[in-house]
Design a protein around this ligand. Structure first.
Ligand code: FUB
Length: 467
């Protein structure tokens, strides 16, 4: 990574410690999907705060049989992350745990999808949890009635410390809180419990100012959850996951008013082809580009309750409709040429002869490698920033068991300028190989790597250096 910063609040488990150590010694470039590479993260709400982009996310963990519900979502705390360049993400550490919330059932490990937002210099963090019935007994009866409640915690800075209110928000039963503040300063709270509900929030952001209403014109068939509302050019876009077929896909509807009525507009992201049952989204504009944040179980292909936050660019057509997004591994942000570039987070690849595999299946957080096994197989990785350094060598970590031939590196495409080649007959085991660049490179370029030869070649990373 390019300098991941951990602060004092990070709670470290032994498994994370190994990953952390690896990350500090390896300087792998971040910004590709998944965005957070040392822990599971899900349900991202991305917010611009000052000149940074923050992610308020769920924190999936692996629970043992005494924690929560077996083989189900398991969450006990929240972290917040930020970036100023979409490539380097800072983990601000744990900002709130279920054990700090007086009304939460801390045996349920059910602090699911949250939201965080700034208003008048204060930061409000909204989160659901199963409630502790004993704690709620004797309080306002409007607070009882459902196992999932939504609470709010307040801080003076986006990374906390957050202080939770003693009770959940009255009249709000359900999950997946989302807050929207309109141009006139009025804040709205949205949540889901079979239907989508919405209500005005009072100025203190801690209680409802209006009665909850069921938002109209959303599909009744198939689970829907995770409402996230944003505004663009006077149109209010309600985005949400919905099970129209087998698993959740992301749909959206629009309205002229924050509380609707809404008109269905279409699908933003199809359901996952690899069976991650949930998805959960947010949309944000950062430095003049719109981005779509979501999650997928890339680090946990066999258990889809351990998910990871992803992001891709989002575009509107001339009528203000959202163009459908195909998830990418490349994700967002520029990659610095002198970082370790992971081509396995590719932008495009040949149909045959190129694949990705975990470096070590027993520790997915070590990431993936590129595997070429056919003459002519290729991979393209977009948006590498060479700056003005004009590197003169390419370093590459390669393993070429019983292979012959060479790897050819070009700028742009298969017809692009040849920058160097590596003879893989000399790369019989994992090792760093060095190749002199044929010309000076500066600025931003797409990289194209093609394998010409026979056998099986694996590439962990490549990096451009001035030596
Ligand atoms: O993360 C737990 C639940 O899964 C969320 O609350 C839903 O939106 C789904 O992503």
């Amino acid at each position: 990574m390019k300098r991941r910063i951990y602060n004092k609040k990070l709670s470290i488990k032994p498994y994370s410690l190994i990953c952390l150590l690896f990350l500090f010694i390896s300087e792998i470039s971040f910004g590709q999907n998944p965005l957070i590479r040392d822990q599971f993260t899900a349900d991202p709400t991305a917010r611009v705060i000052g000149d940074k982009l923050f992610i308020f996310a769920s924190h999936d963990i692996k629970c043992d049989s005494t924690q929560g519900r077996p083989n189900w979502f398991c969450m006990e705390d929240y972290h917040v992350f930020s970036t100023s360049n979409l490539t380097d993400w800072e983990d601000h550490g744990m900002i709130l745990s279920q054990y700090q919330v007086p009304w939460a059932d801390s045996e349920s490990f059910s602090i699911w999808a949250p939201d965080g937002i700034e208003k008048d210099g204060k930061y409000y963090f909204y989160f659901p949890s199963k409630a502790n019935g004993h704690h709620l007994q004797g309080h306002n009866p409007e607070i009882n009635g459902s196992s999932f409640k939504i609470g709010v915690a307040v801080a003076d800075s986006p990374d906390g410390p957050y202080v939770p209110e003693k009770l959940p928000i009255a009249k709000v039963n359900g999950i997946d809180p989302n807050v929207f503040i309109d141009k006139d300063g009025q804040a709205y709270l949205y949540w889901s419990q079979h239907h989508f509900y919405g209500a005005k929030l009072s100025a203190n952001m801690k209680e409802l100012e209006s009665e909850p209403v069921v938002l109209s014109q959303f599909p009744d068939e198939g689970l829907k959850e995770g409402p996230f509302l944003f505004e663009r050019n006077g149109i209010y876009y309600m985005t949400y996951p919905h099970v129209a077929n087998n698993t959740e896909r992301i749909e959206y509807a629009t309205a002229n008013n924050p509380l609707g009525p809404f008109t269905y507009q279409g699908v933003i992201m199809d359901e996952s082809p690899t069976n991650c049952w949930t998805n959960h989204q947010s949309v944000v504009k950062f430095k003049n580009q719109w981005y779509f944040f979501y999650h997928h179980n890339d680090y946990s292909p066999d258990f889809d309750k351990n998910r990871s936050v992803m992001a891709d660019s989002l575009f509107f057509d001339e009528n203000g409709l959202i163009k459908k997004i195909t998830p990418t591994l490349r994700g967002i942000g520029l990659t610095a040429a002198n970082d370790k570039i992971k081509l396995d987070r590719y932008s495009a690849k040949s149909n045959e002869g190129y694949d990705i595999e975990f470096i070590d299946e027993s520790n997915p957080f070590l990431g993936w490698k590129s595997v070429f096994d056919k003459n002519g197989s290729w991979v393209r990785y977009n948006q590498v920033d060479f700056g003005n350094d004009e590197p003169n060598v390419l370093l590459a970590k390669i393993n070429a068991k019983e292979a012959n031939g060479h790897l050819e590196f070009r700028l742009g495409s298969g017809n692009g300028k040849l920058i160097t080649t590596i003879d893989i007959s000399e790369a019989q085991k994992w090792d760093e190989h060095k190749a002199i660049l044929e010309s000076e490179i500066s600025g931003i370029h797409d990289l194209f790597l093609v394998f010409n030869g026979t056998g099986n070649v694996e590439v962990d990373w490549i990096s451009f250096k001035k030596m």
